[in-house]
Design a protein around this ligand. Structure first.
Ligand code: ADP
Ligand code: MG
Length: 357
């Protein structure tokens, strides 16, 4: 186990910012902590690094408790959102900063900096000042600087937050390659779901200082344990259903309930827009047929088409489909369709009291 957090708690005055948070990150894993603004991501990362004090709990890095060690003895590299390079130093001296503190030989310093420059693809940029670099290049230098002293773990706080979309995608690939090549254990913090999907071995969802759930990207997307996660990671259709001996009964459809669920009567069946399946005829549907509906809105969204279908019972469903399918089915406003779901996931309903079946 490379990073172990046990029962971490942090208050700012009366506000609890991190609530009894525990987490294990495996050696060599890239763990992405995903949460909205103000959920406590930066605070948690800073606690691990030793930049912020903690009120309770223990932090272990590679089996060693670092809870009471100062930052420079924890063996962590930290990358901030706003590059934070030293403006008066050139790229080489920025990268070597953590090495110079350690007083290693000149030869070793040059070797290490050369290695890192090549790793980040900036071998020809060693003499430039930060102002002579693009945002993406500056952030690569910040990464190299964090890696220079050979930290045991790498912590990154929204490292691509200030960059534009195309560069961000490129840098994510670079980062993933570098992290895997070095086999370094890393936690990256972001509020961007797409970023978490592209980078993470596992994702942890943090909300109001609580780690709601942890899983592989496709697990938390397809089989979330919480409604909050389901909604935060993408669009969802929710269909209220009633429990009856191992199935959830929607109006005229029985869906098997598999797995561990609390003992309750009401459940929400979640279907992502891309798992709703439209056909013109009943016979073309598969197993889980919801019924008939009408196309009530169509929005071009680039690679896909977004539709709203109003079912006969009045329920609205969001559907994402590709353009070929739109032409194939001759979909237009008012078109009548059969609606099925290819994939579903059952969540315990969280607002039962407000709902009548
Ligand atoms: P995130 O990084 O997820 O946006 P933060 O960890 O920065 O969230 O903040 C979590 C909460 O803690 C917020 O409500 C924020 O206002 C509060 N907070 C953060 N730093 C401080 C501080 N130094 N003093 C008081 N409150 C703080
Ligand atoms: Mg933050």
């Amino acid at each position: 186990m490379s990073i172990r957090l046990e029962g971490l708690i942090k208050h700012y005055e009366k506000n609890v910012v991190i609530k009894d948070l525990s987490l294990d990150v495996e050696k060599g894993e890239l763990f992405v902590l995903l949460g909205t603004s103000g959920s406590g991501k930066s605070t948690l990362l800073r606690m691990i690094a030793g930049l912020t004090s903690i009120d309770a709990g223990e932090i272990y890095l590679n089996g060693r408790s670092v809870t009471h060690l100062p930052i420079q003895e924890r063996g962590v590299g930290f990358v901030f959102q706003n590059y934070s390079l030293f403006r008066h130093l050139n790229v080489v001296d920025n990268i070597a900063f953590g090495l110079d503190v350690k007083r290693i030989s000149r030869k070793e310093r040059d070797r290490r900096v050369g290695e890192l420059l090549s790793l980040i693809g900036l071998s020809d940029f060693g003499n430039r000042k930060p102002t002579q670099l693009s945002g993406g290049q500056q952030q690569r230098v910040a990464l190299a600087r964090a890696l220079a002293p050979n930290p045991q773990v790498l912590l990154m706080d929204e490292p691509f937050g200030a960059l534009d979309v195309n560069i961000r995608t490129q840098l994510r690939r670079n980062l993933r390659e570098i992290q895997q090549r070095l086999g370094i254990t890393a936690i990256l913090v972001t509020h961007d779901q797409q970023e978490s999907f592209e980078l993470a071995d596992r994702i942890g969802i943090i909300e109001r200082g609580q780690l709601l759930e942890v899983g592989k990207p496709d697990e938390v997307y397809r089989k979330p344990k919480h409604l909050f996660t389901a909604k935060f990671l993408g669009k969802v259709n929710l269909l209220r259903g009633e429990y009856q001996s191992n199935v959830v009964q929607l109006e005229n459809l029985k869906l098997p309930l598999i797995g561990d669920y609390p003992d309750q009567q009401v459940f929400d069946v979640m279907a992502r827009p891309e798992s709703v399946f439209l056909t013109r005829n009943r016979e073309e549907q598969y197993d889980y047929v919801l019924g008939r509906g009408k196309v009530s809105a169509m929005d071009f969204a680039g690679e896909v088409e977004r539709l709203i279908i109003i079912m006969e019972n009045g329920q609205e469903l969001e559907v994402v489909t590709n353009l070929n399918r739109v032409y194939e089915l001759n979909l237009h406003l008012g078109a009548e369709v059969w609606v099925g779901i290819r994939d579903y996931h059952v969540l315990p309903a969280e607002d039962i009291s407000q709902h009548t079946i």
